[in-house]
Design a protein around this ligand. Structure first.
Ligand SMILES: O=C(O)c1cc(=O)[nH]c(=O)n1[C@@H]1O[C@H](COP(=O)(O)O)[C@@H](O)[C@H]1O
Length: 244
């Protein structure tokens, strides 16, 4: 089952700490304060000394999503994931290729680390997939990769909120749906192509929302995070009412 305990709306927001240095990250986490409990660390910060910083966040009681989007030969993936498995992070991303997902599941076996498979990046549309040599368009490729991830026993999927409702039908409640491409009403899309507001993403079935620039580039990151958590809480309450 997805989660035995209900998830607090605050824990559904994952703030992407896409900042250049550990001191920027420390300042951001302290500005956001209790408004966020879950942080994502990707290449930008991770490769700039962010791993000890991630360990510190975990020790301070925050949840950490290590977004390394691994993709390599199976042996390298299994050993790489095994190196991450005992750091105490909650999520680690790999690309949703069958060999990669199988190897990652093996590397994480026996640990609490959950593997998320990135289906099709939210900055891609159908035209980008053609350019990259794919025959399938976004919807069918995401669906195919989701079914493969489920068969392999992957814990969750990273997808656009546009695919969340369809994916629930494919993977049921067994897997977490983690959606970047979140844009509160009025915020700039930037390089994202498949986007939704926080409320619409939750209504579509997303479990966790990943939000970077709308929070870390806001004049008041704490208020921006709190507003998104409120929107998540309202959308969740509405969804629960509809299900009764
Ligand atoms: O794996 C991810 O987190 C990810 C997958 C994806 O398809 N699209 C995507 O935007 N992301 C990440 O989610 C974050 C989105 O950031 P913003 O566009 O600034 O909200 C970035 O850190 C991306 O690396």
């Amino acid at each position: 089952m997805e989660n035995p305990l209900p998830i607090d709306p605050k824990d559904r927001l994952i703030v992407a700490l896409d900042v250049p240095t550990v001191s920027d990250a420390e300042a951001m986490v302290s500005r956001i304060g209790p408004a966020a409990t879950f942080y994502k660390i990707g290449y930008q910060l991770g490769l700039a000394g962010g791993l000890p910083f991630a360990a510190g966040l975990i020790a301070a009681g925050k949840q950490v999503f290590l977004d390394f989007k691994l993709h390599d030969i199976g042996n390298t993936i299994t050993h790489g994931v095994a190196s991450v498995a005992n750091m105490g992070a909650t999520f680690l991303t790999v690309h949703a290729y069958p060999q990669t997902m199988k190897a990652a599941a093996e590397g994480a076996r026996g640990s609490k680390l959950k593997i998320l498979a990135v289906t099709v990046l939210t900055s891609y549309d159908d035209k980008d997939l053609v350019e990259a040599g794919y025959a399938l368009s976004v919807g069918p490729l995401v669906a195919k990769r989701a079914a493969q991830a489920r068969a392999i026993g992957i814990d969750g999927l990273v997808c656009s909120p546009e695919e969340a409702a369809n994916l629930r039908g494919i993977v049921g409640n067994d897997m977490s749906l983690v959606t970047p491409g979140i844009r509160p009403a009025g915020s700039a899309a930037g390089d994202q192509k498949r986007i939704m507001t926080p409320a619409r993403a939750i209504a579509a079935g997303a479990d966790y929302l990943v939000v970077g620039r709308p929070i870390v580039e806001a004049a008041d990151p704490k208020a921006a995070a709190a507003a998104i958590v409120d929107e998540i809480a309202q959308a969740k309450a509405q969804q629960q009412q509809q299900q009764q």
